[in-house]
Design a protein. Structure first.
Length: 276
């Protein structure tokens, strides 16, 4: 009897030892999992902090560029308006096709203060605007009064040009800090005006809007009402009697710089992060 009891106790002690070892192993595993989870949470928190700092730097730099873009005397605005948005060097068919991206990379020299970026990249891309087709359009009517009203509308208030959204501009700012990159893109609608007042055309003060007639190559300037002038040609006046003989096409001379350029934020905006 006593022997059997001692045998049972020894067996229970063995089971207890195994149970203790299993529980101990479970605690070790739980401890390791907690340590891992804590390290993951810390890493994620640190990454989110870096992302937030990169985001703030990218959006702040975008705000600065936006201010420069609408300051016609700034070097940035001059490059955008006189080169990137104007030259076919960045892509042909300016008013039909999207351009290739133009990238400018900047890296600081020497050490940066806390909060500074390791690198900033600005990428520009242009595309035709919603009103690009208004740069060249037919202008015809069945009577002289309606035709004149149409031309007055096309030439804008006081003949200073109709507002046309001819192009769009994407500006993407990518900021890199501590191996974390954040890209922020804003899209701008470019609204232009071309001087349309041809009243002084005979004095060789030509506007930037002209007309062609019956798809011919000659450029005509509207000097008054429905009277048109072309250098080296007699004046031409459209009346109710002859209106059916003339098909007018309105043109903005895009080989010249617009007289007015403004940029406003479009609907498109995007952000993104990548880990290097």
């Amino acid at each position: 009897m006593h022997r059997r009891a001692r045998s049972i106790l020894r067996g229970e002690q063995g089971l207890s030892m195994i149970l203790v070892l299993c529980i101990g192993a479970l605690f070790v595993a739980l401890s390791a999992a907690l340590v891992y989870a804590a390290s993951v949470l810390t890493a994620n928190a640190n990454r989110q902090l870096l992302e937030q700092e990169a985001y703030q730097l990218a959006t702040s730099f975008s705000d600065v560029l936006e201010g420069e873009l609408n300051n016609k005397d700034s070097s940035f605005a001059k490059f955008v308006n006189e080169q990137f948005m104007f030259s076919q060097s960045y892509g042909k068919d300016i008013y039909d096709l999207e351009s290739q991206p133009k990238e400018f990379a900047w890296k600081p020299k020497g050490s940066q203060p806390d909060g500074g970026a390791e690198a900033i990249t600005v990428t520009l891309r242009r595309r035709p605007g919603d009103g690009a087709d208004k740069l060249n359009q037919t202008a015809n009517s069945t009577n002289a009064t309606d035709l004149r009203n149409m031309l007055d509308t096309l030439e804008g208030e006081n003949r200073k040009g109709m507002e046309i959204v001819d192009l769009q501009l994407d500006i993407t700012v990518t900021v890199t800090k501590n191996g974390e990159s954040f890209a922020f893109t804003r899209t701008y609608d470019r609204t232009v005006k071309y001087d349309s007042d041809g009243s002084q055309a005979k004095s060789k003060k030509l506007p930037k809007v002209y007309y062609t007639i019956n798809d011919g190559p000659t450029k005509y300037y509207r000097i008054k009402a429905l009277t048109f002038y072309a250098p080296g040609s007699p004046d031409m006046t459209i009346t109710d009697e002859n209106i059916g003989s003339y098909r007018l096409t309105f043109h903005c001379d895009t080989s010249q710089q617009p007289d007015s350029i403004t940029y406003t934020r479009g609907a498109k905006q995007s952000t993104g992060t990548t880990q290097e």
